[in-house]
Write a protein that binds this ligand. Structure first.
Ligand code: A3P
Length: 864
């Protein structure tokens, strides 16, 4: 693994571990043999094939090659306290192609650090990228620096200008090339690189301002990438060497450089390898922190670590803790306190299974109670019940039994924290669990691995439901079945690589708060938990500057949402689309009966959305939600307060609805900031219809809508007054009026969440003038059988609009749709045209980029 001194795991406790247990086993041999026969299905504590039940010699504890301290790094740029709150700062990620392996690694890192980012590829028009998103990006990450170097001149100029003008650094990677290149020169940068070099003695530079989590000066003593090579850069006064290494002949080279823009004004950080190397990864995370000016989730060196031990007293005979294991657990807690200040294990108990082991294990249970005061306890569930299978009164009664057990045995449950067995009921939410928790334990915090999904771990998040703060829970490879080194799934080297620069290492580096799930069994037998945590902490202490802390679970929960306030509101997903979620649904929830919309007409408002939805429902295969009581004409789920009513509320609106197309038309979705994300999370396969009506007419219609409704904010203002924006209310109306018509801005966000193939764009002018054609085309796109719209939609002279014909009688929309008001004056029209001009230019480019049709009004407005 490395060339350090070999030590056995767990300095002291592991050595007497075997003989002590053997002696006791001999004493209880007859009983054990009998039990073995009776419980042959359970894991035997002494399996014949187990071999030595302590870490084999090659699995030594990690020893840091150098514990020397290296200064106080006073020159590192810290985040000022008011910068540490995350704000909307975006990263533009330019990938080779969206499926590339390295691209996935980059996105995983960005997800884990909760940096907001947008992915694009080089294949499309860079001009659009830079014009439509002016000032929005804080960093541009380019997956392959070669692509940047070889960009066509015009595109390179555009990108450089954008980077220079808006001070947006470029972060990129220069991977090795298939062919061996002794050296090459990067055009325009005066930079010499050597590809595929063996690098030795790598260390972060003491003088660089970039390393934050990484510990500068600590030398990696063995070849950094045995079998893998880095690209090395010739050091130069033009560049800062962030990571330095030696080449095979001992010459000092740089492996990460920072270009301060000395030559072209474009600040860059270039990595001589991709993120598969954890040292490069640390440099990348630190670069993000620097380039985004502390706006990702890696602003502090403090890492809060909580280790939950679930299933205390639960488990088949032969898998449970014996007295020696309890002693070792107490000692481990003491040792972990040397790494993690204030550390305590959190033990989750299920009282019903107390004394359900063999004699030795029952002694272990008793010893645990004798030592109860040394730990923090939390309720798991009396019989390890799965909450989703039970109603509230049952859950309440089992919780009371568990509580009584705890009180009788002096288990201290000082914090309103609980864990649900198998995560059931937390997400997907089972309200009965929340009710019972509130009544019996007053639960205020919990954690789960299942929100929004178990995988990928880097995207797990928290949310608050009914005042219970739900934090993401991390797995560290320690499940009930991971008890023995030689049986570690995938081989013990998998555990070691997770600790030494792999998943577990990254979990702690990237999460300011890590709540780990472990099980009682991981602290028995080979005590893999002991090995895992001591080693990962030693490894982290060796290579990073992180500080480890423990805080009670309620304070940690508060801290979490202070750091990540944007996670407070849950984002509902469809549990039937996730196998793990499906397996933890209440039995009464039948996925085959679940109906959700597969078509959203998202708006914008005042573009003819009501007419479109009403005409579309003439088709026999199209249905929509039932009438809503005490709420809007539209559901407005994804864009407003109704979202807090939850997935259950939304789905019951469509219960028993039949039809190939199930429609939710809510015109407020289009310009809602959260709308696209929420819609895509719940309805990832939905088709999205957007009506693009001339924003000038839309703005005027919207203003007249306020006037007709006697909205107090308008209060005698004319449209010209609104555009003048002299009063506070005029300013407010003006901004709402205009922002709704900035179509490119909103469409861009929808396109981030849904592929362009799921969109259908309608020309609002055509819908008004020729709805039959619009509806015929739309239904064809939806794959519906042809329908004779011609006979059922007719122009109505009295209304001045097209109306449905039902049983030969015209049925027009109500008075609020198709109002009469003074026509738009030429001067007002040109004022509005001017306001929307630049947005329309961007919209035009965006439509072309995605091969969407260009509405007639847009072509003619650009021709003017
Ligand atoms: P006006 O009332 O200002 O004319 P929405 O339903 O999205 O709120 O849009 C209302 C607008 O739809 C109306 O704005 C009207 O111009 C337009 N519209 C298009 N076709 C229509 C129709 N057949 N009947 C009524 N309004 C229609």
């Amino acid at each position: 693994v490395h060339n350090c001194d070999v030590k056995f795991s767990s300095n002291s406790s592991m050595v007497p571990y075997i003989p002590a247990r053997l002696l006791k086993a001999v004493k209880f041999l007859p009983a054990l043999l009998l039990l073995y026969v009776l419980l042959f299905t359970s894991i035997s504590r002494w399996p014949d094939s187990a071999g030595p039940r302590f870490p084999p010699q090659h699995i030594s504890n990690f020893v840091c090659p150098s514990s020397k301290a290296f200064g106080d790094y006073a020159h590192f740029e810290g985040c000022s306290p008011n910068e540490t709150a995350l704000s909307e700062s975006r990263i533009l990620l330019l990938l080779e192609d969206v499926l590339s392996r390295h691209g996935k690694l980059i996105t995983q890192m960005l997800n884990a650090t909760k940096c907001s980012y947008k992915i694009d590829t080089f294949s499309k028009n860079l001009l659009l990228l830079t014009t439509s998103t002016r000032g929005r990006y804080s960093t541009i990450i380019i997956e392959n620096f070669n692509r940047y170097i070889n960009l066509p001149k015009r595109n390179r100029q555009l990108l450089d200008k954008y980077s220079k003008d808006y001070k947006v650094p470029i972060v990129s990677f220069l991977p090795g090339r298939a062919q061996f290149f002794s050296s090459s020169n990067v055009s325009g940068m005066n930079l010499t690189v050597w590809h595929n070099q063996k690098a030795f003695n790598a260390r972060f530079s003491l003088s660089s301002i970039i390393p934050f989590t990484a510990r500068p000066g600590v030398v990696l003593p063995f070849p950094v990438s045995e079998g893998r090579e880095w690209t090395l850069f010739e050091e130069s006064p033009l560049y800062e060497s962030v990571l330095v290494a030696e080449d095979i002949e001992g010459r000092r080279r740089a492996a990460i450089i920072r270009d301060k823009g000395t030559i072209d004004g474009v600040e860059k950080i270039v990595f001589g390898h991709n993120l598969t190397d954890w040292m490069i990864g640390l440099g990348f995370i630190d670069s993000l922190r620097w380039s985004t000016k502390c706006r990702c989730g890696v602003n502090s060196l403090d890492r809060f670590i909580q280790i939950d031990i679930d299933d205390v007293f639960v488990g088949a005979r032969g898998t449970r803790m014996i007295p020696d294991d309890v002693k070792a657990l107490v000692e481990l807690q003491e040792r972990l306190r040397l790494h993690i200040s204030n550390f305590s294990f959190l033990l989750g108990y299920s009282g019903a299974y107390f004394l359900h082991g063999d004699d030795l294990e029952d002694d272990g249970d008793r010893k645990l109670l004798q030592n109860a005061g040394k730990f923090v306890w939390f309720p798991h569930m009396w019989k390890h019940n799965h909450p989703q299978d039970h109603n509230e009164s049952f859950l309440e009664s089992t919780m009371i039994l568990n509580k009584q057990f705890g009180m009788e045995n002096n288990l201290q449950v000082p914090f309103e924290y609980a864990i649900s067995p198998q995560h059931g009921g937390v997400y997907p939410v089972h309200e009965a669990l929340f009710d019972a928790w509130e009544k019996v334990w007053g639960v205020r915090a919990t954690s789960t691995e299942e929100y929004p999904h178990f995988r990928p771990w880097a995207s797990r998040r928290g949310f608050i439901h009914r005042n219970v703060k739900v934090l993401p829970r991390q797995t560290c490879g320690l499940y009930t079945h991971t008890q023995l080194f030689h049986l570690y799934p995938g081989g013990v080297n998998k555990l070691i690589s997770s600790i030494q620069g792999g998943d577990l290492f990254w979990t702690i580096v990237l999460n300011p708060i890590s709540i780990f799930m472990t099980h009682q069994q991981n602290f028995a037998h080979d005590r893999l938990a002991e090995y895992t945590f001591e080693n990962v902490l030693s490894f982290l202490e060796c290579w990073t500057r992180l500080r480890f802390r423990w805080e009670d679970p309620i304070s940690v929960a508060e801290r979490y949402f202070h750091i990540f306030p944007m996670e407070k509101t849950p984002v509902w997903s469809n549990p039937c689309l996730d196998d793990r979620h499906r397996s933890i649904l209440p039995p009464s929830f039948n996925c085959s009966n679940l109906t959700l919309p597969n078509l959203l007409i998202v708006g914008p408002q005042k573009t003819g959305t009501t007419a479109l939805a009403s005409f579309l429902q003439l088709h026999p295969d199209v249905s929509t939600n039932g009438i809503l009581e005490r709420t809007f004409e539209e559901i407005q789920f994804f864009s407003g307060e109704n979202y807090y009513k939850g997935f259950g509320w939304y789905s019951q609106l469509f219960r028993n609805i039949e039809g190939t197309i199930v429609l939710d038309k809510s015109a407020t979705y289009f310009d809602s900031w959260e709308g696209p994300r929420r819609a895509a999370t719940l309805l990832p396969h939905a088709k999205i219809v957007v009506i693009l009506h001339d924003p000038v007419l839309r703005a005027y219609s919207w203003f007249n809508h306020l006037v007709a409704r006697n909205e107090s904010i308008v209060n005698g203002l004319s449209m010209d007054d609104v555009l003048d924006g002299k009063s506070a209310s005029a300013k407010r109306i003006r901004s709402r009026c205009i922002s709704g018509g900035r179509y490119a801005h909103h469409l861009d966000r929808w396109l981030e969440w849904f592929p362009s193939s799921q969109f259908y764009l309608i020309d609002g002018g055509e819908l008004k003038e020729n709805p039959v054609r619009t509806l015929t085309d739309l239904t064809r796109w939806l794959g519906l059988p042809p329908f004779d719209f011609h006979s059922s939609i007719k122009y109505n002279h009295k209304k001045g609009f097209h109306c449905k014909i039902i049983s030969g009688i015209p049925s027009c929309l109500g008075a609020s749709k198709g109002r009469s008001y003074p026509s738009l004056s030429p001067s007002l029209s040109s004022r509005l045209c001017f306001l929307f001009q630049s947005d329309n230019v961007v919209l035009h480019k965006m439509l072309l980029k995605h091969n969407f049709p260009v509405p007639v009004w847009l072509s003619s407005s650009l021709d003017k």
